[in-house]
Design a protein around this ligand. Structure first.
Ligand code: AMP
Ligand code: ZN
Ligand code: FE
Ligand code: FE
Length: 265
């Protein structure tokens, strides 16, 4: 049976597996397709990665997960089948805003006597709150990653900085300009009324209905919305490797028909 996981993260953002390790893992799990949806980056998609996927008989779909904000809520927008060169300057701007924001988060932590130098963050283009959480644990400030989010980093917490500031509308438009399909990521993380009032009228092409280990029952409202709107019902694990050890690659997936809708312009 064809199964494709179209939501996972590599070391190009906040996952712990390199892109090539994700292809190997997908092959070993018997998946036929994958999309690596790093936060604000398509750096994973090198010619070598496509060659490796082909060799392993894995269909590789270009994907990205864009961080946006609307009325104080973090909204993640997945883009599939995007033409990388048409998105490059937008992603560079996102990455610049991210590093500015990280500096502001470190400044807020410093005010609380928690000293982390910018140089201690991973030296890569996309650095986010999970990396800062990891450092807080490493330094013994927090016991766990979850605690770091609860006390300091989660939306609205004491060292939270909103930051990136594109709207979902802008992200959808960018994805469409890059000839991709725009999909609302993990809507179940958002207040239901907010989704209804603010997001269902936007020109998404799809909505993520299957997610991680979300119970079947909780998929149903989103599947119903997908049907009503004529949107593609997508899904994936949101695998991050050792960062979220309870989530395994392929624990949510899409079938061949859905994968092909995302793959073909
Ligand atoms: P950033 O991209 O820097 O805004 O960080 C967002 C990432 O942080 C998300 O993809 C989640 O993996 C993680 N995250 C956000 N909020 C929480 C939370 N309350 N608890 C744990 N992880 C979170
Ligand atoms: Zn992530
Ligand atoms: Fe997300
Ligand atoms: Fe994700």
């Amino acid at each position: 049976m064809f199964r494709a996981d179209v939501h996972c993260h590599s070391t190009c953002s906040d996952g712990s597996d390199a892109p090539s390790a994700l292809i190997d893992l997908a092959a070993s799990l018997g998946l036929q397709g994958i999309s690596i949806t790093d936060h604000d980056s398509v750096e994973a998609y090198t010619p070598n990665l496509f060659a490796q996927a082909q060799e392993k008989e894995i269909l590789l779909l270009v994907g990205v997960e864009l961080s946006t904000e609307l009325k104080g809520e973090s909204v993640h927008v997945l883009g599939y089948g995007v033409q990388e060169e048409r998105l490059r300057s937008f992603l560079e701007e996102m990455q610049k805003r991210r590093s500015e924001r990280n500096k502001q988060i470190l400044a807020k932590l410093a005010k609380k006597g928690i000293l982390i130098e910018e140089g201690e963050l991973p030296q890569q283009k996309v650095v986010g709150r999970p990396h800062i959480a990891e450092l807080l644990v490493l330094k013994g400030v927090c016991r766990t990653w979850q605690e770091a989010f609860e006390v300091y980093l989660k939306d609205g917490a004491s060292c939270y900085v909103p930051g990136i500031k594109y709207t979902p509308q802008e992200a959808i438009a960018k994805i469409h300009e890059a000839k991709g399909k725009a999909v609302l990521a993990h809507p179940h993380f958002l207040p239901r009324r907010f989704v209804q009032r603010e997001l269902l009228s936007l020109p998404f092409d799809g909505i993520e209905c299957y997610y991680g280990r979300l119970p079947k029952q909780q998929e149903l409202p989103w599947l119903e919305i997908a049907k009503q709107k004529g949107w593609i019902a997508t899904g994936g694990s949101d695998y991050h490797g050792k960062v979220k050890p309870h989530i395994s690659l392929g624990c949510s997936w899409v079938d061949e028909a859905i994968f092909m809708k995302l793959l073909n312009p």
